[in-house]
Design a protein around this ligand. Structure first.
Ligand SMILES: Nc1ncnc2c1ncn2[C@@H]1O[C@H](COP(=O)(O)OP(=O)(O)OP(=O)(O)O)[C@@H](O)[C@H]1O
Ligand SMILES: [Mg+2]
Length: 242
């Protein structure tokens, strides 16, 4: 298993929110969707997966090793491989695409590899934007840059928190197609939060439904056009989601 959540608990002092014993696994190359109402704790789960937020109890293992008992250095190395992509990409408006990609090497204190940068730009279909300033990019192009930066870290897990929610339908489709290509070619696992259930259903291997501080259901979506199972999915989702 790449990630294992075992009895993970979390409360925030200032709110009545509570996650009360979350259990799930993420295997290699798996795409795991996460759905639930606003405030149900989806982002909190993703943040705990790379320890941006620490759990109060239970264990989160990465490749069999509990994150909560790692040394600072081991945790730093593990966190590089479990990359959180933010809702609105955290980019510098007055810097170029190339600047951002070089920044990844600087932050990791490694030598800039221009060939690798060109390869990632090509993979993400934004080669022609290499010298463009972020302020001139569309929302979809910014998200592609954020994903490109994440890929330079050679992640094992990508944590995608509503990365397509500000995009129109065709830009969103494009981002999901690229993510599918990433999973297929790079054996990366993905955890994804999205309010677009149709896209999520087509993209995820499994979907966890979060409600009342727990995972209430695990749904294996059918990618075929099976009307009956589709109705079941919609029914279950509506029940918890509305
Ligand atoms: N740092 C924090 N301090 C206090 N409360 C917090 C903090 N972060 C989140 N919360 C609260 O915890 C709950 C869960 O938040 P979380 O962001 O995980 O939900 P979510 O499922 O991602 O919601 P959304 O769909 O709106 O993004 C919310 O009620 C939120 O207000
Ligand atoms: Mg959220």
């Amino acid at each position: 298993m790449v990630l294992e959540f075992d009895g993970v608990k979390k409360e925030y002092k200032s709110s009545d929110f509570k996650l009360d014993g979350i259990n799930f696994d993420l295997s290699e190359g798996e795409v795991l969707g996460l759905i639930g109402q606003n405030g149900s704790g989806k982002s909190t789960i993703l943040k705990m997966a790379n320890q941006l937020v620490k759990q109060d109890g239970g264990s989160i293992k990465y490749l069999g090793q509990p994150l909560e008992s790692m040394s600072d250095e081991d945790l730093r190395q593990a966190r590089k491989k479990i990359v959180y992509i933010f809702q609105s990409a955290n980019l510098l408006e007055n810097k170029t695409v190339l600047y951002h990609l070089k920044l990844v090497y600087k932050l990791n204190k490694t030598k800039v590899d221009e060939d690798e940068i060109d390869e990632i730009l090509d993979f993400m279909q934004i080669s022609r934007l290499k010298k463009s300033y972020v302020r001139h990019l569309s929302g979809g192009q910014k998200q592609k840059l954020a994903i490109a930066m994440a890929l330079l870290q050679k992640p094992k897990v990508l944590l995608c928190d509503e990365i397509s929610s500000a995009l129109d339908a065709s830009a969103e489709r494009e981002i999901f197609d690229l993510l599918a290509k990433i999973v297929e070619e790079r054996k990366i696992s993905i955890m994804i939060i999205s309010h677009n259930l149709d896209v999520l259903k087509n993209f995820s291997d499994r979907i966890l439904l979060l409600d009342k501080g727990q995972i209430q259901k695990e749904i294996i979506p059918t990618k075929s056009a099976n009307k009956q199972e589709d109705n079941y999915f919609n029914h279950v989702v509506e029940y918890f989601y509305d």
